[in-house]
Design a protein around this ligand. Structure first.
Ligand SMILES: *[C@@H]1O[C@H](CO)[C@@H](O)[C@H](O)[C@H]1NC(C)=O
Ligand SMILES: *[C@@H]1O[C@H](CO)[C@@H](O)[C@H](O)[C@H]1NC(C)=O
Ligand SMILES: *[C@@H]1O[C@H](CO)[C@@H](O)[C@H](O)[C@H]1NC(C)=O
Ligand SMILES: *[C@@H]1O[C@H](CO)[C@@H](O)[C@H](O)[C@H]1NC(C)=O
Ligand SMILES: *[C@@H]1O[C@H](CO)[C@@H](O)[C@H](O)[C@H]1NC(C)=O
Length: 783
């Protein structure tokens, strides 16, 4: 039977089952592989370690690639066309009769070729070491994939003068002085970051005197370069499959294959602290590693292009040097920017340092190290980082009169707070969640820029030019545990949107189940008046937010009018189902559950508000948006949607504002600039509702609302003074609560409803709650 199959397939291509029939695994002239047959392997190495064929980068987007055969997910080691994928229909690879190996796109245009022309008798084969070769009838190698690497170096493959490993803006190459380096070559600035630019070549243990310029990963896991670099895998020794890959994030890493788990393990990396990779947050951007990587803009700056961190941040004000007294400094703790020093002065006080920066027009900031009294003024802020280990602070020069609400970056349309997930576990190594992480490995390896095509693939066939500019956003997204879904997938998962589980201003939520049995909540967005790029940018924010008290987003779908978000499915219903109205006894929340929900919600909000330099404001905190997990852990839903549901200003009115009557802070109506304190206000209302079990926010007319709430607050204040909290608390608890916790909650709630400058921050609220939290959950005593 196998032989019979071979006879049918043989004229087209040679596949694994035929190997015993054909001792040489090779292609002769006239052989071809069509993209439609991408599930078939074009070529396989004799030891079966490597395969070669079409690899699906995204829907309808393919590359001609080589991959490891036995990894759980394909690990691509080379691609002919990493940046220009071919169409999923009509594309093919052909070894033509001239002896040229040609990759053609749907319209017949040549996307890539081996540029060989040795005529009939030419042979293409894949060697055991992963090298794809084209050789003529005499056996001379005319072309080999090893001499044109993409982002990966395999054992015995050498990197030489003129070849590079490249991934996004980053490359590994031999510099003019014979030193092997990593360089960021971005739109504005190029900068070398490995070996460390702060040290000389010899201090870095390299030499520039050997001009052979060759670097090789040997079979024992040693990576050796002619400039003296000599590093080894943590598991060095023979018999292990390895690869050396430059990541989309600019780090160079060696991986070892664990055959028993089928996954890759990190065995060496060039950069230990990811913020030492230059350019990662662009000009003026500040990098933080906590331990996932984050970019943010300093005070007074905003993202240049909200969809692309490589473009960095730009000033929010116009710089003028006419009046130096108009400037002030904002301190960014434990922060510095590499390079671009204007002046360097020793033994200067902070005040003197400030004065130097004020006197120099081009000074944008300075770094001051208190201990050693060192003062560095900076012209350009580039490669900025924050690190708890840095013994100094950065002071950003801003106009004195800068709007303080703007200054702190707090708006309902925030910049993008979070970018990359830089931790090693995100590279598919040693992580329990293999199906996901490994998927990201190969996607990233291919410089998943092309994944953007998924989003716009309806027009893919003839409009490859229409790639959203947010390329970086696209491939970064791929790196987090976050993916793009097709509309069809989601329609199937939800059974054609059958089971509605929720409905809100931004859309309807359906229950869905994926093939792997994972239950998800799919939100169909309505009223999205945003361009593809803005949508992607927004997804880039939300997709990176990850906290136990925030509903995790798994991915999204964007196909024309169809905009959907895929969330983790939260077991229980939302909070309002458990505190208002006729709640059956077993569903009634106990006091300790209520306290836990108050604390969890505060933690989630504190994360949104404070965890990064630029903050996300929820703008619609209410019990309906607080979901409860099976063990009654609060999970805030719907964050990050403030921007997406924004209407254009012409139709801006009260009913179109984001937020829900009764929970909205007075400043919404007063048209004041909105900051995070609007969430604090709404949180205060929710706290009171948790304590009282009644809808304080409802049944109050728009006009009457202020008055009634104020009266209620007044009454509560009086009760607090008399120490009589049991008149406030939900009677359904029948006195089972902790009075000291009730007092703290009520006091906090009242302070949240104050004028906004008097309201506490979410961090302060978390602290206050933790102070009266009882970790041991012994039952509350009776009043
Ligand atoms: C084929 O399509 C590519 C990309 O869409 C285009 O650049 C090229 O000019 C087309 N070639 C022909 C022959 O139409
Ligand atoms: C230069 O480097 C190559 C490769 O590492 C090595 O074989 C050679 O001996 C070196 N030459 C000198 C002069 O050190
Ligand atoms: C491979 O993974 C297994 C399971 O995690 C582990 O026990 C084993 O030590 C690993 N082998 C190597 C060579 O790292
Ligand atoms: C900066 O100057 C430009 C033109 O000179 C002006 O249009 C813009 O409004 C100014 N921006 C600010 C924040 O003052
Ligand atoms: C600070 O150092 C710069 C050179 O780095 C020098 O030109 C300048 O005069 C110094 N400033 C003062 C106030 O000494």
């Amino acid at each position: 039977m196998a032989k019979f199959l071979c006879l049918i397939i043989l004229p087209l291509l040679i596949v694994l089952p035929c190997s015993y029939a054909l001792p040489q695994l090779m292609l002769t002239t006239g052989s071809s592989l069509h993209v439609e047959e991408h599930s078939q392997t074009f070529l396989i190495s004799p030891n079966a370690d490597f395969s070669c064929g079409f690899y699906e980068i995204g829907r309808n987007a393919f590359s001609f690639s080589i991959w490891f055969t036995n990894t759980i997910e394909k690990t691509i080691v080379w691609s002919a066309n990493p940046k220009s994928p071919v169409n999923g229909r009509g594309s093919m690879v052909l070894l033509n009769h001239n002896g040229n190996l040609v990759l053609t796109d749907v319209n017949g245009s040549v996307t890539w070729d081996s540029k060989t022309s040795s005529g009939e008798g030419t042979i293409v084969s894949l060697l055991d070491i992963g090298n794809l070769i084209v050789k003529d009838s005499t056996g001379t190698i005319l072309w080999e994939s090893f001499s044109s690497p993409t982002d990966t170096l395999l054992p015995l493959q050498s990197l030489r003068k003129g070849t590079k490993l490249v991934s996004s803006y980053y490359s590994l190459y031999f510099d003019n002085d014979n030193v092997l380096r990593l360089m960021y070559d971005g739109p504005d600035i190029s900068s070398i970051y490995w070996p460390s630019a702060g040290y000389s070549v010899s201090e870095n243990g390299r030499t520039s005197y050997n001009s052979s310029r060759i670097a090789v990963l040997d079979t024992e896991g040693f990576f050796l370069s002619s400039d003296g670099l000599n590093v080894k895998a943590s598991d060095w020794g023979t018999g292990v499959k390895r690869r050396l890959t430059i990541g989309y994030d600019g780090n160079l890493r060696m991986y070892s294959f664990n055959a028993s788990t089928g996954s890759w393990i990190l065995s060496w990396e060039a950069i230990a602290e990811m913020c030492n990779v230059h350019g990662i947050c662009g000009q003026n951007g500040i990098c933080e590693y906590l331990p996932s990587l984050r970019c943010s803009c300093p005070p007074g700056y905003e993202m240049t292009d909200p969809s692309n961190w490589n473009k960095g941040c730009q000033l929010q004000f116009n710089k003028s040097c006419s009046k130096t007294e108009q400037f002030d400094f904002i301190k960014v703790h434990q922060s510095d920017c590499y390079g671009f020093d204007l002046t360097y002065n020793q033994s200067f006080s902070l005040a003197e340092c400030k004065k130097i920066c004020l006197d120099i027009c081009s000074c944008s900031a300075f770094t001051y190290k208190t201990g050693s009294a060192l003062c560095y003024t900076k012209a350009v802020l580039f490669n900025c980082f924050r690190s708890p280990n840095f013994p100094g602070d950065n002071y950003i020069k801003v106009p004195k009169n800068m709007d303080t609400s703007k200054q702190s970056g707090l708006t309902c349309n925030p910049g993008i707070p979070v970018v990359l997930q830089g931790s090693a576990s995100m590279y598919g190594i040693n992580d329990g969640n293999k199906s996901y992480t490994t998927y990201y490995v190969f996607a990233a390896i291919l410089g998943a820029i092309v994944l953007l095509f998924i989003g716009t693939s309806w027009s893919f066939l003839y409009s490859k030019q229409n790639i959203p500019k947010s390329m970086e956003a696209g491939y970064r997204m791929v790196m987090s545990q976050f993916r793009m879904f097709t509309y069809r997938e989601l329609r199937e998962a939800t059974g054609k949107f059958k089971e509605e589980i929720g409905r809100g201003a931004s859309g309807i939520v359906y229950r869905g189940v994926f093939e792997d049995k994972r239950v998800v909540a799919v939100k169909k967005l309505t009223n999205i008046s945003h361009s593809e790029e803005e949508f992607w940018a927004e997804m880039n924010i939300i997709g990176r937010i990850n906290h136990m008290n925030l509903v995790r987003m798994w991915g999204f779908c964007s196909e024309g009018q169809h905009k959907l978000l895929v969330y983790e499915y939260v077991e229980n219903e939302s909070l309002e189902k458990f505190i208002f109205g006729e709640v059956s006894t077993e569903r009634l929340l106990s006091w300790s559950q209520r306290f836990k929900i108050a604390l969890g919600t505060a933690r989630g909000l504190a994360y949104l508000h404070h965890e990064c330099l630029e903050w996300v404001i929820h703008c619609d905190i209410k019990p309906e948006n607080i979901l409860l997990s099976r063990d009654f852990e609060a999970k805030i839903a719907d964050f990050g949607l403030a921007k997406l549901s924004k209407r254009d200003s012409s139709s801006f009115n009260l009913t179109h504002m984001r937020g829900t009557m009764g929970y909205m802070a007075p400043e919404w109506a007063l048209n004041l600039p909105i900051n995070a304190k609007v969430d604090v206000y709404s949180y205060g209302v929710v706290l009171l509702e948790l304590v009282t079990g009644s809808r304080i926010s409802s049944g109050i007319a728009v006009d009457g609302k202020e008055v009634e709430l104020r009266q209620f607050v007044q009454a509560v204040k009086e009760l607090l003074v008399s120490g009589d909290v049991k008149d406030i608390i939900d009677t359904r608890l029948h006195g089972h609560f902790k009075p000291e916790q009730v007092v703290v909650l009520v006091k906090l709630a009242l302070s949240c409803l104050e004028e906004r400058n008097s309201r506490p921050t979410m961090n302060e609220i978390v602290k206050a709650l933790l102070a009266c939290d009882d970790h041991d959950n012994h039952p509350a005593y009776s009043w």
